[in-house]
Design a protein around this ligand. Structure first.
Ligand SMILES: C[S@@+](CC[C@H](N)C(=O)[O-])C[C@H]1O[C@@H](n2cnc3c(N)ncnc32)[C@H](O)[C@@H]1O
Length: 273
């Protein structure tokens, strides 16, 4: 029997730039919180579980057939966490969004516990509802620049495509350092303007970390964006499953920005034991 075509999922999202430009440094996080709370409350009935550009590499990423359609978003988490051993460890995800990444990590990397923190209380409430069956996973509300967790409490911390929202990257890194156990590892990925790369690397060093890897992963991110744009345009992918909806023009704009001024990097640092 033929199934009825699904209604296209739509949501409204204001340009956040004017609000950020007007806000004082103390209020910028509040502007992001309101923006994400509004976006996420509209996504509550959708099937979106990731809010990132994704990554498609040449590596063969194994995913469950049911997760095939989000292979590229899972791919970004896998690429960020490359080389990580999380089995039996206490792990922290900072800025977990709609929790698709945290759920995948908690199921596939077997951490003893995975605490996922996000500034958006809407996101945290939804995640605690959606993923309540996953016993090693818990979501709590909090600010990356003032993490609501004790000193020296995590073996591994990771942060995917979110630090561009933070007011003070150095304050965030100080918090990561505070809550990471000696000998622990921190994995980070995000986009940035190419002319800020030296400053970002210097921040990891001044926070007291030893840099193990700092890698340009822009090509794989562009491959993911091109894949989503292409598959949505020719109707092979259901645009209801992507934060982009059917808006292939916006995807192209981001791809163009990557050829122009943006890059996407991944970093692994450690804290001496
Ligand atoms: C682009 S989304 C990425 C979400 C998730 N990591 C993913 O890849 O699907 C950015 C996330 O950062 C969160 N965020 C923004 N500012 C934050 C802050 N100061 N502290 C914690 N989370 C923050 C937002 O609420 C949002 O969920």
């Amino acid at each position: 029997m033929a199934t009825a075509p699904r209604k296209r999922f739509t949501f409204e999202c204001d340009d956040i730039t004017p609000g950020l430009n007007q806000a004082s440094a103390d209020n910028r996080n509040l502007v992001w919180k309101k923006w994400y709370d509004s976006l996420i409350s509209q996504l509550a009935t959708s099937e979106y579980r990731f809010i990132n550009y994704g990554y498609l590499g040449s590596e063969d990423v194994s995913v469950d057939p049911a997760e095939e359609y989000v292979r590229n978003f899972i791919g970004l988490y896998q690429r960020t966490l490359r080389g990580a051993d999380l089995a039996g460890k206490d792990v922290l995800d900072v800025s977990s969004g709609l929790g698709g990444g945290a759920l995948w990590i908690s199921r596939n990397y077997n951490p003893a516990s995975l605490i996922a923190i996000d500034l958006s209380t809407e996101a945290v409430d939804l995640c605690n509802r959606w993923y309540s069956n996953q016993s090693n996973l818990k979501f709590i509300a909090g600010d990356a620049e003032s993490l609501p967790v004790s000193d020296d409490s995590f073996d591994v911390i990771y942060n995917v495509e979110s630090s561009h929202c933070y007011t003070n990257f150095d304050a965030f890194l100080r918090e990561v350092r505070r809550v990471l156990k000696p000998g622990g590892c921190f994995f980070w990925s995000d986009f940035q303007s190419r002319d800020s790369l030296e400053e970002i690397q210097a921040s990891f060093v001044s926070a007291g970390f030893t840099t193990m890897e700092f890698e340009d992963i822009t090509d794989g991110v562009i491959r993911s964006l091109e894949y989503v744009r292409g598959e949505i345009s020719d109707g092979s992918l259901d645009s209801n499953l992507f934060i982009w909806g059917g808006d292939t023009d916006s995807i192209q704009e981001v791809i163009d920005e990557f050829s122009d001024w943006r890059s996407y990097h991944r970093c692994r640092v450690s804290l001496d034991g």
